[in-house]
Design a binder for this molecule. Sequence first.
Ligand code: FAD
Length: 485
Amino acid sequence: MSDFDYDLFVIGGGSGGVRAARVAASETGARVALAEDDRYGGTCVIRGCVPKKLMVFASEFAEVAEDARAYGWSMDRGDFDWSAFRTRLNGELDRLEGVYRSLLKNAGVTTYDARAVIRDTHTVELSTGESLTAKHILVATGGRPVRPDIPNADLGIVSDDIFHLPELPKSILIIGGGYIACEFACILNGMGVEVTQYYRGAQVLRGFDEEARGLISDAMKERGIALHTGTDIVEMRCATDDDLSGKSDGAISMGTPMHEIAGDAPQGENRDGPIWVKATNGQSGVFDAVFFATGRSPNTVDMGLEEVGVKLGRKGEIVVDEYSQTAIPSIYAIGDVTDRVNLTPVAIREGMAFVETVFRGNPTPVDHELIPSAVFTQPEFGTVGLSEEQAAEQEAVEIYSTSFRPMQSAFAGRSDRVMMKLVVSKESRKVLGCHIVAPNAGEMIQLAGIAVKMGATKEDFDRTVAVHPTMSEEIVTMRKATRTA
Ligand code: FAD
């Protein structure tokens, strides 16, 4: 019998923590406890992937009536009822949280609804005052959205807040060019909000394939999003009557003509009212809401980590080895708090590998190579492997790329384009990267990801017979390289 209260204490009941706790308890017989200081399910279930994807679905109905009419149906577009949607959304999140709680209970995990901090290498202290010991501690505390360091930044909202808005703003300024910023720009635009987006870089979706980024940003603009690259926010405050008197119908956004506003205004008052914003280009405007999608920070503050000797990186992330072990042998960390690849399935993989390593005696490193992922913009983007630019830096490559108007939306008179692209090693013929911009590209890339992960060559793709008529058949019918790089 161990001297510890538990074999494993997990801090954080999100994607990674719940999976590790559940599997360790139910499949290895370990005595496991887990502390969660907010809602079970964590970012993914409560304020990330799940509510976001439901909002994506909601926003996509905007085009259905118009398309259906083109296909011969008599159908009119009605209004979007945010409050009805939000009620259903909250009901669904309550249900899912219940599922997570019962998964833990049924696995025999003891749960504490409390904040936990580390007191020594084997002890955690809860906000309830209890102190508990464990042979192993797993930190799975995830991350949180950060606001930029400018005065009055607290007037803006972050992704956690978007699901709780009492009503949809008429106009919104989204700051950021990452996947969360772009996804919400498309979602809110689809829901009828007038969306302006500032991104300080030259092109949105930094790090992804250049050609895909261009296509997506063009499509976003075409759908009515006022996307301003090379632009950032420098000042914000509550809008004054003077600011508002410049309003015609609804808010003035950067997508419509600007006006210069003189004079100082009271700071930080009237949090719920319109917000005046000044941009790096000197222009100003008033928006009903400002949404900061300006990055996330690991939840490691005031956790007692450095005090016990756990090493933190530059962004505050926990530094771990390939087995997710920290500088302290009894303490491990998985998921977003380690800032490796911040995606739900990766946090889950890391949790499973941790259990395999520590509780089954089978050291299992986490494989972070060739992770397929999706960006739920409209159009959607599915990607796996190297971008054209990354691959070309590494070796000589052939690019097979095609862009076309897909049958379904072309028939409805839309100008939407899709893109299918393979990045192929000249020497080994392996497909190093696959990038798809198309409706349901997330679903497609999951399957293409298997082939790429298996090391399929371009000739393997070519040998596969097309499924006709589909969009994805193009991925196996691109005979001639578009270019070399
Ligand atoms: P989390 O899920 O964040 O869980 C950490 C938990 O720890 C939280 O519940 C928190 O309350 C708790 N906690 C923190 N500190 C303490 C403490 N001291 N004591 C007790 N509990 C504590 N990923 C995808 O794969 N696909 C997507 O489409 C996608 N969309 C996203 C959209 C948004 C808007 C956001 C914000 C994220 C999205 N992600 C997506 C990322 C994904 O949500 C995360 O990668 C994933 O949730 C990480 O899991 P985790 O277990 O590391 O942390």
